[in-house]
Design a protein around this ligand. Structure first.
Ligand code: ADP
Length: 319
């Protein structure tokens, strides 16, 4: 870029515009005055060749400039990658804070019950009034059971990222069979009817995580059902870039105002004791679906059952 140009703009002003378009500039000018060099520097040039130009000088300056430009691009790419990693880390940190807060809060409740009833037992012992002790012990065992369930879910949740396996082609019917057989005792006790569509696709994903996904949705469909015989219908639909699975139940249903709420950590719609749970099942599902490039949501009418939908991306390179 020459500095003296015909017309209203000089080369330095022109370079300012080129800069905005990411076009690298080398000046070639007879000007050597400080004020000109100072203005030129502000446009971030890759070189400045003083006229009259000698071929060797220009050649070396251009080679240096090309190299600097390559380095500059690499640096910019690294900066963008680092910014991305930083915002991911910030997100994870927020998630972790939320997680720690929720986990400690939810573990306190059964712990408080255990402490309170243990003290009562101690007092009953001291006063030799033994008749209430079996009932008090039952409260302690129940609370310990709730803690155990919560800790189990927490371990699954926090272990999800560590236990990630590479994606592979898996038959979704076999995934569903494994999920059902993992729930075999509940399935037998509750007399569930499964209706699984025949045409279920091969999908690309993490087999273990997909089993956990179906298992959590099935176990909720069974748990939140007051019918004599829970019924679960599994189907799928093929779209251009994803598959969409539907798991329909005949359970108690969910008010759709809780669409986002129930997918958050430790969010439950029932008091302790009504239905067992930790409020982590759907969070785990959401995490798994999102790793598979998909979304999860539900449609429901209270009292008329719920259908959970989730999508799995067909992009094969994701893992
Ligand atoms: P948990 O079942 O351990 O409470 P989840 O994260 O699996 O936790 O579910 C969150 C809440 O969403 C549950 O407490 C329940 O209120 C509601 N829910 C989930 N699945 C169903 C379902 N199939 N039918 C009705 N309510 C459901």
């Amino acid at each position: 870029m020459d500095i003296m140009l015909p017309g209203k703009m000089d080369g330095i002003e022109t370079a300012t515009y080129l800069n905005k378009l990411n076009i690298p500039v080398i000046y070639s000018s007879a000007y050597t005055e400080d004020n000109i060099i100072k203005r030129a520097k502000k446009t971030n040039p890759l070189g400045y060749i003083v006229k009259p130009i000698r071929f060797e000088n220009a050649k070396i300056a251009i080679e240096m400039a090309l190299y600097k430009n390559k380095m500059r691009k690499r640096l910019n790419k690294e900066i963008i990658e680092r910014q991305h990693a930083f915002s991911e880390l910030q997100k994870l940190n927020e998630e972790l804070q939320h997680f720690t807060f929720g986990a400690s809060h939810d573990l306190q409740e059964p712990l408080r019950t255990i402490m309170c009833f243990s003290q009562l037992i101690q007092e009953k012992h001291a006063s030799k009034t033994y008749q209430d002790i079996p009932e008090l012990t039952k409260f302690i065992i129940d609370a310990a059971g709730r803690m155990q369930d919560l800790i189990d879910s927490l371990l699954i949740y926090s272990g999800l990222s560590f236990k990630e396996k590479p994606f592979e082609w898996v038959n979704s019917k076999l995934i569903i069979d494994s999920a059902i057989s993992n729930l075999m005792i509940t399935v037998q006790e509750t007399n569930v009817n499964f209706h699984i569509d025949n045409a279920l696709p091969e999908i690309f994903g993490d087999k273990t995580q997909l089993i956990v996904l179906f298992q959590n949705l099935f176990s909720n469909a069974i748990k939140y059902c007051t019918e004599d015989s829970p019924s679960i219908h599994v189907s799928s639909e093929n779209f251009e870039d994803h598959w969409c699975f539907a798991i329909k139940d005949n359970g108690i249903g969910i008010d759709t105002k809780y669409q986002d709420y129930i997918f958050k950590l430790f969010k439950r719609l029932h008091q302790t004791g009504t239905y067992k749970g930790s409020g982590l099942g759907l969070v785990i599902c959401k995490k798994i679906v999102s790793r598979h490039g998909g979304e999860i949501w539900f449609e429901s009418q209270p009292g008329k059952g719920t259908t959970f939908y989730f999508t799995i991306s067909k992009k094969v390179e994701g893992s």
